[in-house]
Write a protein that binds this ligand. Sequence first.
Ligand code: 13P
Length: 278
Amino acid sequence: MLITLKEIFKYAGDNVAIGAFNIHNLEFIKGVVQAAEETQRPAIMMINEAVLKYGGIEILGGAAIAAAKKASVDMAVMVDHGEDIDFLKKCIDFGLDIMFDGSHLPFEENIKLTKMMADYAHSHNRSIEGEIGQLGLSEDGDEETEQKITSVEEAVTFASKTDIDVLAISVGNVHGFYKGEAKINVPRIKEISSALEKMPIVMHGGSDIPSEIMRASIQAGIKKFNIATDLKHAYALTMYDLMHQDTMPIQPLQLFPVVADAVAAVAAEKIKIFSSEV
Ligand code: 13P
């Protein structure tokens, strides 16, 4: 069933976070839904703003919403890293929850725009995630930016002034593969989650983090874990193997279900970790 981003946190708990997975096409949608149904856990499908502009709000966004509605478990569908106000308003009008990413903006500007988007989202019964602090690498992993660890003070001020439902923080997490081992500031997660009490906090850049660090982050208070790269990697590797067989398969149905299964396997493995099942 389709529920909102805000509602899905009724399934989170002291040692339980919700898995949020970036989807790019039908195989990712099918894979993530399959993983949620197999594990009988809720999950969030996220569509990056640029991917949604390519795939179309009604086409790709509509497919994800339709799949969530048909799923046997509760699912939310949201835009990830949205920056384009007019586009995001259209997404909300269509029925998508959003993340407004103003983390690169000056603090006060981020507050102002995030609050404006929160008012718009809430007046349409949709939820919103905001972000404060800055991650080390961009979503594509090719652009180095200065990392800014979120302070407790900033997180509290931002959460109270913007009226958001969920807050993404920067605690050493980066998008894409980590250079060396992930160095996550677990004590800072604990400080922020204690200070914010009820507001769920989010770890972006959830791929390529050892499971012990994922578990420690969840115990410290992370309630939503974002995963993109690990699924894209599984998808690409599986497609590569299929394409490099002696006879290259050209029938879509020889390819699509296989890559969807590869996406599902990785998503299910993560969901089990997030649910403290393994
Ligand atoms: P990864 O690609 O590192 O998993 O990050 C995903 C993410 O944070 C999407 O918002």
